[in-house]
Design a protein around this ligand. Structure first.
Ligand SMILES: [Zn+2]
Length: 237
């Protein structure tokens, strides 16, 4: 069985038998990987907390036929600041679940990995976890090929600003293109979301604009992912 080195971020873990766990990781070079960590649930496991969710680790793995096997794990960043705060943790769960939904096993995507790493770095130091989540989700749907239009009409390309947003049509829509389901937004909401998607992980905006923006991001993600994220139910709104 060939050995390989990777760095990855732990997305989730699942019990396997008495002492082992199956660890799901997003790796930099091999996409999503599911691997067995043997003895990880024993109190004196050599892995300790190195394979807890959010942890960025350097790994040595054996390539198995079905599941790989973790033989070594060294922490690069523990992201303990995320686990130690309820709000950051709840926001982080949403980020990990969304990545798990989008990433494919053994399909390399360095950009997805870098997006996840960047989002966790922001989350570890933010006082506004929900805004980081909104910025992350916008960037993730854009990376997945569903980039929402916040200025020009998503349907005919007429330059904005436009007043209505249609999830099904892919963003802001002009008065001649809009379908019945397009919702009217506050003037500040589209530029606020565009900033989160393309420029910064936070942006000044009144509370009602943030709330409207968050609702829109969720509706957009739910539409393209086919169902809501489970972790949303734990997140403060
Ligand atoms: Zn149009």
């Amino acid at each position: 069985m060939p050995l390989y080195k990777e760095q990855g971020i732990v997305l989730r873990t699942m019990k396997l038998g008495e002492a082992d766990r199956i660890v799901t990781l997003l790796t930099q070079g091999s996409g999503k990987v599911r691997a067995v960590a043997k003895g990880v649930r024993k109190t004196r496991s050599k892995f300790g907390a190195r394979l807890d969710p959010f942890t960025h680790v350097d790994l040595l793995l054996y390539k198995g036929r079905d599941l790989d096997i973790v033989t070594q794990a060294e922490i690069i960043t523990s992201f303990r600041e995320i686990r130690d705060s309820y709000d950051r943790f709840a926001a982080g769960e949403t980020i990990l679940e969304a990545i798990d939904r989008v990433a494919q096993e053994h399909e390399r995507s360095v950009r997805t990995f870098m997006l996840l790493l960047g989002a966790l770095r922001q989350l570890a130091q933010t006082d506004e976890p929900p805004v980081v989540v909104d910025a992350f989700l916008l960037r993730l749907v854009a990376l997945a090929g569903f980039r929402p239009h916040f200025s020009a009409c998503a349907s005919c390309g007429t330059p904005g600003p436009h007043m209505r947003f249609s999830v099904a049509q892919g963003g802001m829509v002009c008065e001649s293109c809009r379908s019945g389901a397009a919702v009217r937004l506050a003037e500040a909401t589209p530029p606020y979301l565009a900033t989160l998607m393309d420029d910064h992980w936070s942006a000044d905006a009144p509370d009602d604009v943030r709330r409207e923006g968050s609702g829109l991001v969720r509706a957009f993600v739910e539409y393209h992912f086919d169902r809501p994220l489970r972790a949303w139910s734990h997140m403060p709104r």
